[in-house]
Structure formats: C-alpha cells, structure tokens
Design a protein. Structure first.
Length: 154
C-alpha cells in the first residue's frame, strides 16, 4: 500500500509527503511498517477479499506531536490501497476509530497529516469531521494535527 501511495503522490506532484522512492526500497521504512504491524493497534480493511486500507491506533502519539492534558486515541496511520481510492475505505476506518475511542471511554480522537502541497489531506480530514488544532515541523516537513471530540456519555 505504501509503494502504491508514493507512486500516486509522485504522479500528482506531492513528493513532499513521503518522497518519490518506494517505501519497500528503504530499510528504515520497511522496519517502521513491521513495527506498526507488531505494535498491536493495526487494523486492515478488506474489500472484495483484498486489503483495501490500514489504520494504526494508539493511546500514545509519536513524540513529535504536541501533547494534550487528557487521555486520547490517536490515529498513527491511515492509508488506502490505490485501487480502492474513492470507495469510502478511509471514512470507514475513521468511523471505526471513533467507535473504538468511545468503547474505551475516550472523548478525544486525534490524527495528523502532511500540511504541505495543495492542502488536499487537510481538506480530507476537515471533511471527515476533524478540526485542525496545532501545526508542527519535523525538519522541513510541515504537519497539521486534528481533533475530533466524541460524546462518551451513554
């Protein structure tokens, strides 16, 4: 999925998000994906019997993300296989994340994305009901954090 996403982003002039080289060609990135798979928070969405998307959930955001003063569920990864783009896979996974946060009694769901390029990712998350909060930098990579408040009183 990562290699397909990089090729798709590169075709659209968005190399600033993940570069232009396949993830599978970079040993550090391969190890990062292995870590995601082994970390316990990986969910795979299937469509027509094939992997259509993936999401990693954690209660501990990466160190470069500005902390909050309350428990939260954090989406550490959201990716859709290119052949399933436009089929609602990302929205399905985000809905699952909301449900999981509520199940855990957590009223805050956060995610971050690349804030550069044409702003398509920022528009995607706002369109999915997330509110932009703070921005951050990792080197020259600009990121945007989003929050979604959830009602956990039932």
């Amino acid at each position: 999925m990562f290699d397909g996403a990089v090729a798709w982003l590169t075709e659209r002039g968005r190399e600033g998000q993940w570069g232009s080289q396949p993830w599978s060609a970079d040993a550090r990135r391969v190890e990062r994906v292995r870590g995601m798979a082994a970390g316990g928070g990986l969910l795979i969405a299937e469509r027509g019997g094939e992997a259509a998307g993936a999401m990693v959930l954690t209660e501990h955001p990466p160190a470069h993300i500005p902390p909050v003063d309350e428990p939260e569920l954090y989406i550490d990864l959201l990716i859709t296989a290119r052949q399933h783009t436009g089929a609602g896979v990302g929205a399905f996974l985000l809905g699952h994340a909301r449900d999981e946060a509520r199940r855990r009694g957590l009223g805050l769901l956060r995610v971050d994305c690349w804030a550069g390029g044409d702003g398509a990712l920022v528009r995607y998350y706002t369109g999915q009901g997330f509110t932009p909060t703070e921005t951050f930098q990792v080197g020259d990579w600009a990121g945007q954090v989003f929050a979604c408040r959830l009602d956990v009183t039932a």
